[in-house]
Design a protein around this ligand. Structure first.
Ligand code: COA
Ligand code: AMP
Length: 629
């Protein structure tokens, strides 16, 4: 079958398509149908089925005789450690951890917050939750205590599972003090914490509240897999929206299993037993879907890599890991390749390794620039596939489905929509646009299985954020176009979300932090183009009249504040003081125009601008920072 056949077969009969895909999953009770549309425009899938994610990701492989196969390879150039965990070992470890959680009162539906670095125990914690039907919420290690506190208050977890520390090159990230700080700040109080002590830093445990990962499992009965309803939340993953309050994306259990399993062969072209590596972090959706769940559901070997593309120890790390562990499909972010390319443009490191195992490479998380794709293709001699997705969908909306058919690669395009996604380009009024016309990218409802059915505790926000603008569609927040061959092009965000090194961040959230500085009267944060990270946040500050604090001190303060409040991952280092911000006559800050000036692009003077002279002041400020050339 060709891609066109497969896509058409879904279009002709989505119900049959998704019921067929569901056959690859082990059900305790098979669902009577795929789509449940009684509450449209809210849709759910496989609601009356009963299923367990951990069973499908772990136990069933042991049962099928694959217990001795390696499930997880841990490779940490930062700690100089490597080890492997088989499916049988994983089953024992996860059942024990799940049993200990259960013994402390964690039950189906309870939330568990996970704050862990890239160690296999992070996956074990996720799977242990899935085993007993608890709903995990993993928080990325690069976020500060305040972001953790916000998530604790929203998810209201019964317990927190954390590591004593994370490790960044040359720096220990002290998780426990961050966690303690977050628990102090949050209104919601957890019953207990489980701390995985790492030898690089042993954390102080609070008697009665904090339990040691190993000690707390002593003598408990291992837990069996608890079947849950198809629409039971598998996890909540917070992602940036327009405001400082993150959105809690809910992942439904059954659709997640079915859809992820479908993608492994059809998109990533791997079979059970193959080694699959996504070099991301468990704190992001890529880590959830393609470090933890999808490879394990499929019976692949997955790699937990604790390192960076460069500097751990060099720009050959990726190639070393691929060659040593026989990776067949590799997934990373374009920014990671840009970092490698910058250090090793001629690919000297590539030549040092036998990469004959590698068949294809996938890029996502941000726009893949043609230069980077071409460089990677030249160096590696395999197809480099750009694909487009979001935390909300949990897997690719558009891709080149190599497992079905290798479509021609068009640089700058993440190729074509996957079955389940009817992607349309709409104008502001919601009318369909023609080929090569730029507009808002929307997906005709219902979204396919595994995508978000709602936001955690925020159904109205879900409707307002995604469903209201274009009735009958899901609004992606991205703008772009579709060409005459049906290839998609993702050009920009339509909201205040920026993408820094493949990390999704909210400029609105940063503005909230800046505005809290006592000398700041008004501010704006924009995303400017960066050669390495794609975008970088930049702040503009207007000070209170009468403020006599030196400007460089205010700038240093706000840089520190963003790092302290949001976290180092925000990479907020650029800011300047200006007298005024450019606005429309109705008072809206012209952030888009500021971005264009910063990036030295042509722009049309906004007809509604209040005072065009302010743009010159902004240009001067930008030039002092090395922008607006
Ligand atoms: N825990 C704590 N801090 C973290 C962190 C974590 N898990 N991840 C990143 N940080 C910190 C970094 O140490 C850095 O801090 P610094 O300001 O003290 O240097 C800051 O957050 C910014 O990190 P990062 O954006 O990773 O920049 P970098 O300069 O350290 O590295 C790249 C640049 C391109 C190598 C790196 O961004 C990278 O590997 N990107 C790939 C991202 C990716 O895979 N995204 C997943 C989407 S699929
Ligand atoms: P996240 O939810 O963190 O995965 O971020 C999703 C956003 O990242 C998308 O809405 C896009 O703006 C951007 N994005 C992800 N993948 C791509 C891609 N392949 N091309 C262009 N933008 C992308």
């Amino acid at each position: 079958m060709t891609y066109a056949d497969v896509y058409q077969s879904w279009k002709d009969d989505p119900e049959a398509f998704w019921m067929h895909a569901a056959e690859a999953i082990d059900w305790t009770q098979k669902p009577s149908k795929a789509l449940f549309d009684e509450n449209a425009p809210l849709y759910e899938w496989y609601v009356d089925g009963k299923v367990n994610t951990c069973w499908n990701a772990v136990d069933r492989h042991v049962e099928a005789g694959r217990g001795d196969q390696t499930a997880i390879i841990y490779d940490s150039p930062i700690t100089h450690t490597k080890h492997e965990i088989t499916y049988a070992e994983l089953q024992t470890r996860v059942a024990s951890l799940a049993g200990a959680l259960r013994a402390k009162g964690v039950e189906k539906g309870d939330r568990v917050l996970i704050y862990m670095p890239m160690v296999p125990e992070a996956l074990e914690a996720m799977l242990a939750c899935a085993r007993i039907g608890a709903v995990h919420s993993v928080v990325f290690g690069g976020f500060a205590a305040n972001e953790l506190a916000v998530r604790i208050d929203d998810a209201q977890p019964k317990c927190i599972i954390a590591a004593s520390c994370g490790l960044e090159p040359g720096r220990v990230v002290h998780y426990k003090p961050l966690l303690d700080g977050a628990m102090e700040q949050s209104t919601h109080k957890v019953d207990f914490c489980v701390i995985f002590q790492r030898e690089q830093e042993v954390a102080k445990l609070e008697e009665g509240r904090d339990f040691d990962w190993h000690g707390f499992q002593y003598g408990v009965d291992p837990a069996e897999c608890v079947p849950v309803e198809g629409n039971h939340p598998a996890y909540i993953l917070y992602t940036s929206g327009t405001t400082g309050a993150p959105k809690g994306v809910v992942r439904p259990t059954a659709g997640h299993l079915v859809a992820l399993n479908w993608t492994m062969k059809n998109i990533y072209n791997v079979d059970p037993g193959d080694v699959f590596w996504a070099a991301s972090d468990v704190g992001w959706v890529v880590g959830h879907s393609y470090i933890c769940y999808a490879p394990l559901i499929t019976g692949n070997t997955t790699i937990v890599f604790e390192g960076k593309p460069v500097g751990t120890p060099d720009a050959g790390t990726f190639w070393r890991v691929i060659s040593e562990h026989k990776v067949k499909s590799f997934f990373t972010a374009p920014t990671a390749f840009r970092a490698v390319k910058r250090e090793d443009p001629k690919g000297e490191f590539v030549k040092k390794y036998d990469l004959s195992c590698l068949e294809q490479v996938y890029l996502a998380g941000e726009r893949a620039d043609p230069d980077t794709i071409e460089w990677a293709q030249d160096q590696l001699g395999v197809p480099v596939i750009d694909h487009w997705w979001q935390t909300e969908t949990g897997y690719a909306i558009a891709a080149n489905p190599l497992g079905i058919e290798a479509l021609p690669i068009k640089l700058g395009s993440p190729a074509v929509p996957m079955p389940g996604f009817d992607v349309q380009i709409l104008d502001e009024a919601g009318h369909k646009m023609g080929p090569n016309e730029l507009g808002a990218i929307a997906i005709k409802l219902p979204l396919p299985p595994g995508t978000l059915p709602t936001l955690w505790n925020a159904e109205e926000r879900f409707k307002k954020s995604y469903l209201q603008q274009f009735p009958g569609y899901y609004e992606t927040g991205d703008a772009g176009m579709i060409d005459e061959d049906g290839y998609l092009y993702i050009m920009a965000r339509t909201d205040d979300v920026i993408n820094v090194a493949g990390h999704r961040l909210s400029t609105g959230a940063m503005e909230e932090v800046l505005a809290a500085h006592p000398d700041v009267a008004e501010c704006a944060v924009i995303g400017v183009t960066d050669q390495l990270k794609g975008q970088l946040p930049m702040g503009f500050l207007c000070l209170n009249s009468g403020s006599d604090k030196p400007h460089d001190e205010v700038v240093a303060d706000v840089v520190k504040m963003v790092r302290g409040k949001i976290g180092p991952v925000a990479a907020f280092k650029l800011a300047c003081v200006v007298d005024r911000l450019p606005k429309t006559r109705s008072g809206k800050i012209l952030r888009g125009t500021m971005v264009k000036i910063a990036d030295s692009e042509d722009f049309k003077m906004p007809a509604t601008i209040d005072d065009p002279a302010i743009l010159d002041e902004i240009r001067v400020a930008l030039q002092k920072m090395g922008y607006a050339k």
